[in-house]
Design a protein around this ligand. Structure first.
Ligand code: AMP
Ligand code: GLY
Length: 425
């Protein structure tokens, strides 16, 4: 089978690694890919925003399945256009991708189908939003409705912060994404990521994971795309797992079907484990990055039949098997990330690091030049490890990191701390 994977991050390297391991695959391409993905797939310099070019590539190369990693092409409707051209693609269509592309859309769905979430109101002007936050008080959360590259959510500790966020969004700092704003109740509790594979009707849980969004140790500093993750998380007990499936994922899949926009692909729920049970605070319509890296390491089953079953509406009788081992990933980023950072700095020691038992290194922003690996982005490497416990996986990952020579990079030193604390009492 010929497969084209779309994306260039650590998530896509992990997907490429897992897809390439399938005996069903005879040829794998990745557009645009990165230096690590090039070990698993043939990287092609396609402009993925140009859907016609992607379709032409698929036709010329007899591609039978396209797997879309990031949200931008999904929200732009690439899956619909591929389907219209007779090419099977994994991921939601444009309408179903609104679960990530419009926070207000998702909140309204939650209200209609009684999915537990924070109280909220939608606004299309600053005056209404300001009087609402003044009535509610802080802490409170201000969210741009549209896709804002991770900059669209302000968790305001004070009323002044909430007012500043509202002004910023309605003044156009986030472009069209901020033309509408959702004001949401602040939820307190532990934050987890929960993933389910969906075929429009049936959802099968993948696994739980925990991300680390803040840039510095002890969850300090600005939010990032994610600085590390581990799976499974001890905080998603069998009871909580059941509640998330029956009260959040199940009603969402049923509601989307009822609305005539069935959800096919990976549904990624950002869930707060509150005193009143799990509550949804956001949906993404794709695998998390870096959560995907740890999920792929833990997945025992061949992923390709699962992706095909999701596209074909055949998940009902499907079963996925997982390794019981824990997996953990630490992101190495270019110094300065998530702000300005240098490109083109040299990274050494990757082969020595990868020799440590249980360690796998997935690339994100990397480039190969004259036999050297150079940094080419903000998040650059994912140093992953599997082991019996999160504590052991963490030790292995940091042992590997200590062999990597990259003076211009940095990482958090405490990835997995919540699970390590739970494991070691
Ligand atoms: P996002 O950019 O949508 O991933 O959101 C960024 C972060 O904001 C999330 O990871 C949560 O930590 C936080 N967040 C979002 N909604 C809420 C909420 N209602 N209450 C508390 N924190 C929230
Ligand atoms: N890890 C967060 C995200 O993928 O959005």
């Amino acid at each position: 089978m010929h497969i084209l994977l779309i994306g260039s991050g650590g998530r896509e390297h992990a997907l490429a690694w897992k897809i390439a391991a399938s005996p069903l695959v005879t040829k794998l391409w990745c557009a645009p890919g990165n230096a690590g993905i090039a070990r698993e797939a043939e990287c092609v310099a396609l402009d993925v925003a140009n859907h016609a070019a992607v379709i032409a590539f698929c036709k010329a190369n007899h591609v039978e399945l396209v797997v879309v990693g990031p949200e931008t092409p999904l929200a732009a409707g690439i899956v619909d256009e591929l389907a219209a051209a007779g090419i099977k693609a994994f991921g939601p269509g444009r309408e179903a991708a609104r679960l990530e592309g419009s926070k207000g859309f998702t909140k309204d769905l939650c209200r209609e189908f009684d999915i537990p979430t924070g109280a909220y109101r939608r606004f299309n002007n600053a005056a209404g939003a300001l009087s609402y936050v003044r009535a509610q008080g802080a802490p409170i959360v201000v969210k741009a409705d549209g896709l804002a590259g991770g900059k669209g959510v302000v968790v305001a500790r004070t009323l002044a912060e909430a007012e500043a966020a509202i002004a910023m969004m309605f003044e156009g700092a986030l472009g069209a994404a901020g033309a509408e704003v959702v004001i949401e109740e602040f939820l307190s509790g532990r934050e987890i990521s929960f993933f389910a594979l969906c075929d429009g009707e049936t959802a099968i849980p993948l696994a739980s994971a925990q991300d680390h969004k803040r840039v510095f140790d002890h969850d300090q500093g600005p939010n990032t795309g994610g600085m590390g993750a581990y799976s499974p998380t001890p905080f998603v007990t069998p009871e909580i797992h059941e509640q998330i499936m029956s009260r959040i994922i199940g009603p969402t899949v049923a509601g989307m079907k009822q609305r005539g926009m069935p959800f096919r692909g990976v549904l990624y729920a950002g869930v707060m484990l509150t005193g009143q049970g799990p509550k949804l605070f956001e949906y993404n319509v794709r695998f998390g990055d870096p959560e995907c890296q740890v999920l792929m390491l833990r997945m025992m089953s061949d992923i390709v039949p699962a992706l095909l079953a999701a596209c074909d509406g055949e998940l009902k009788h499907f079963d996925l098997r997982w390794y019981a081992e824990a997996a953990l990933t630490v992101v190495m980023a270019a110094r300065g990330y998530p702000g300005d950072h240098a490109k083109g700095t040299r990274i050494d020691g990757l082969d020595a690091a990868a020799k440590i038992e249980g360690v796998e290194i997935f690339h994100a922003g990397t480039l190969a030049r004259d036999g050297a690996i150079l940094a080419n982005g903000g998040r650059v490497l994912n140093v992953c490890a599997t082991a019996k416990t999160v504590t052991e996986a963490q030790a292995r990952a940091y042992q590997a990191i200590d062999r990597i020579k990259w003076p211009d990079g940095f990482c958090r030193r405490d990835i997995g701390w919540q699970a390590v604390e739970a494991e070691t009492g």
